[in-house]
Write a protein that binds this ligand. Sequence first.
Ligand code: F6P
Length: 359
Amino acid sequence: MRIALSTGGGDAPGLNAVIRAAVLSAVNRGWEVLGIKKGYAGLLGEDEVIPMTAASVRGIAHLGGTILRTTNRGNPFSYPVNLPDGSCVERDRSLEVIENARKLGIDALISIGGDGSLAIADQLCGLGMKIVCVPKTIDNDVAGTVTTFGFDTAVNTALDAIDKLHTTAESHDRVIILEVMGRNAGFIALHSGLAGTADVILIPEIPYDINKVCEKILARGRSGRHFSIVVISEGAFPKGEGPATLGKSLPGQAMRVGGVAERLADEIAEGTGKECRSLVLGHLQRGGQPTSYDRLLAVRFGGAAVRAVADEKWNHMIALQSPHIVTVPLSEVLRAPKRVELDHDTIQTARATGISFGD
Ligand code: F6P
């Protein structure tokens, strides 16, 4: 048996722990393992395919990033191809991926990635490839699993920032706005904001009204609290508008969103007369050592992925359905993306404890 591993999309703390657990589980079964570098680039002659042994994964479980490298411009169905005149077009190179995997004698692929990678895997399975997926995202927006590794680490990074911002905001009677990741889903803002006792949490699932945000801050002032902490997802937006896009995205890459904290700081300053500061936490949330929770989840996912290959669970994703690790068909996972449920207990408790969602 010869399997291959690849990591695709934005990185998340815990990827290396998945890789280590999968490689060791496979090697200990007597299987051969190949590592495809940089998503599918290794299968398209644009990066390497390397043999992986126990030695390749020594000492990596605690490290952020991915030793296999990754890209969010690697969809083989619309792969960016540079032309001699300097322009770039997107081409379908999926059949090359399948053919090159066949030439390398790859019997099965474990694809570790987020919603984009899962959709690609589903399409490749439709063309006959044998793939088991492991979900990865700091945004926690993959359906079918209670959570993904990387999310807990990102929430802890955001929480650490909120705790630190609290003391300086209070000392100066300022409003501090923290922008966290979350393109389409507000889980990082909601969980870190609730745990960090933010005053306002703005998420893509609840378009906000700036007047309501200002009202909340002014009401706090009237009750003697002259500072406020606002946590906003990069994908949050005011009622009647859409997410703010950020700069230029490269060919083959989704539009980037964000830059919302600075605008919000200006608007809150104008609406309340208070001094405001903003901070974009950005890629700090994607780096660093995975927390114990994420590391353990990643190890469990890696081991389960090899068992799923042995059980020929093609076109399935490994998932946490507490307290068990299970496999879920990709068709089910891809039916609808996971978003914050508006009647979830976290939202109810946030509202009951006085947190405003600006609605
Ligand atoms: O999908 C995770 C995520 O962290 C999003 O929240 C964010 O919009 C995106 O990745 C940014 O990715 P990059 O800067 O790597 O393009």
